[in-house]
Design a protein around this ligand. Structure first.
Ligand code: EPU
Length: 420
């Protein structure tokens, strides 16, 4: 069974060659949700081949969307939506399903979406999404684990102040506001490149959005939106993960199509650690041939250090000469990988949201368990550097967000494979 698959790594082989970076998972999902805003055909290219994309297609399919899945592309047409309920079975697989809430209420005046429940990395409530939609005129109730939002006379523009920066919250409101009556101003908006990518596509569909990429976004609602054809931006977190892999395993790899300008903060930290990163015409060249220096990391919303790279850089820092401090400021439980890295010989002490990582000389291969997507990526990074064989159980976590990670790593010389 696919869910029982393990990833096996024989460590300590340096990496040389080229890795093709895929389209961004976290940019693709809101763009797929945005197709609910129009009855016209939407064509999305450079779509990564991931489990989360398949789950989102299944969700869209359950609403009655017409889906034509091609090679790294998808055509979605929402001209015949006949179900406005996102079922628990689909939502529990992927919290990003909440992204359908805004577009659905905006276009169909109703949405019923299962509350996602707990998550391996933190509580992850969705109160900010719901409060903002209510400010735009939706009324809501919770019934049997589902949030039901209704706006029989349509949504209207509003001044939304997010007390905390939320990426998918900002995306939900951008989509809803595009079809609302009047002007919406989002204050304390998320500035992530994926938010900007969504705003660009919404503008292509006929929306009027100004200021995406800053903390104040203004949206002037329109009556209807049209289809689009657009390529997804490249994945900055996959890029950062491969930089972490080269830092751990050593070698020189060209990350084809990668964009360094979406990764300024992590690149400056890797630079401090002794990893050489260069922008080239074809992408980003990363090389490392010596031991790593320690670094202190504070995860923060963009342009700060991404929480989605915290686990991977921790694997690197567990091998640095000296002590590093990592503060996880976004999610309250995103240190699940620590116990697994410790099984491989890492010396890490966690206290609340802080981890103190004392570099050790070697990691040793072990049987470890993937607990979530980025935690599993950190175990791959550690396995590439470790002496001996690492076996990562529950490999399905990694397939949610990394396309063919073992094939990409094999191509640059790693000994990594899958076993059932
Ligand atoms: N929060 C609330 N209430 C809300 C929404 C968020 O309290 O209504 C809190 C969260 O609990 C968290 C913080 O606000 O403490 C920020 O969460 P955010 O809403 O920004 O996270 P998200 O939108 O659910 C996206 C990514 C995550 C990434 C985070 C932070 C997508 C589909 N997901 O999640 O990606 O970690 O932003 O950058 O874009 C991943 O790819 O591995 C992943 C988890």
């Amino acid at each position: 069974m696919k869910d029982m698959q393990k990833i096996v790594i024989e460590g300590r082989r340096s990496l040389e060659g080229v890795v093709n970076i895929s389209g961004s998972k976290n940019a693709s999902l809101p763009i797929m949700a945005a197709t609910l805003l129009t009855s016209e055909i939407c064509s999305i290219r450079n779509l990564p081949n991931l489990r989360d994309i398949d789950s989102f297609s299944e969700l869209m399919n359950s609403f009655g969307a017409n889906i034509d899945k091609l090679d790294h592309a998808i055509n979605i047409c929402c001209d015949n939506i006949n179900n406005l309920t996102a079922h628990y079975d689909l939502v529990k697989k992927m919290r990003a399903s909440i992204l359908v809430l805004g577009p659905m209420v905006a276009r169909f005046a109703r949405a019923k979406v299962s509350l996602p429940g707990g998550c391996a990395i933190g509580l992850r409530p969705i109160n900010l999404h719901i409060d903002a939609l209510k400010k735009m005129g939706a009324t809501g109730s919770v019934e049997k684990g589902y949030i039901i939002l209704e706006a029989p006379s349509g949504l209207h523009g509003a001044d939304i102040y997010f007390p905390k920066i939320t990426v998918t919250g900002t995306e939900n409101i951008l989509m809803a506001a595009s079809l609302a009556k009047g002007r919406t101003i989002i204050h304390n908006a998320a500035k992530e490149p994926e938010v900007v990518a969504l705003a660009n596509i919404l503008n292509k569909m006929g929306a009027y959005i100004y200021g995406a990429g800053t903390d104040k976004i203004v949206v002037d609602g329109v009556e209807r939106l049209g289809g689009f054809e657009e390529a997804v931006i490249y994945d900055r977190i996959e890029t950062g993960t491969f930089i972490a892999a080269v830092a751990a395993a050593k070698g020189e790899v060209l990350l084809k199509n990668a964009k360094i300008d979406m990764l300024e903060c992590p690149v400056s930290i890797f630079d401090e650690m002794g990893v050489i990163i260069e922008k080239t015409e074809k992408g980003v060249k990363v090389s490392c041939d010596k031991g790593l220096k320690p670094a202190n990391i504070y995860t923060a919303p963009y342009p700060g250090f991404p929480t989605d790279l915290q686990a991977q850089i921790m694997a690197d820092l567990s091998l640095a000469y000296g002590t590093s401090i990592i503060n996880e400021n976004i999610f309250e439980n995103r240190f699940m990988h620590v116990a697994e890295l410790s099984r491989m010989g890492a010396d890490i002490k966690v206290s609340g949201k802080q981890a103190v990582v004392k570099g050790v000389k070697h990691l040793t291969g072990a049987n470890v368990m993937a607990t979530d997507l980025r935690a599993s990526a950190s175990l791959v990074v550690a396995g590439l550097a470790a002496n001996g064989t690492t076996v990562i159980d529950r490999a399905y976590h990694i397939d949610r967000g990394y396309e063919s990670i073992e094939k990409k790593l094999q191509a640059v010389g790693a000994r990594i494979w899958r076993e059932s």
